[in-house]
Design a protein around this ligand. Structure first.
Ligand code: ZN
Length: 88
């Protein structure tokens, strides 16, 4: 039998109902917060501040965008710090 993982003939939502969601990381917001999307039904999840997985609502998308911005700034600042400390 051929493997048909990539070409599911079922209605995606029905497939997830039977086999469960197949989440993949679609975006890394910070070290701890990530966004996941189901391969089949495109349902999106994210990690909240308690480390639990919750549905990715527009509100959480907004929060994640802010978190990502802060996180990137922090990384940049750390990089600059290490560069300057290695020079001095
Ligand atoms: Zn799904």
């Amino acid at each position: 039998m051929k493997k048909t993982t990539n070409r599911i003939q079922f209605i995606p939502k029905m497939y997830c109902g039977i086999f469960g969601h197949n989440y993949q990381v679609t975006r890394k917001v910070t070290y701890y917060v990530k966004e996941y999307t189901c391969n089949h039904c495109k349902k999106q999840l994210t990690t909240n501040s308690n480390g639990n997985l919750i549905e990715l609502t527009p509100k959480f998308k907004e929060i994640n965008a802010i978190l990502e911005r802060i996180h990137k700034k922090r990384i940049q600042r750390l990089k600059i710090k290490t560069i300057t400390s290695s020079i001095c």
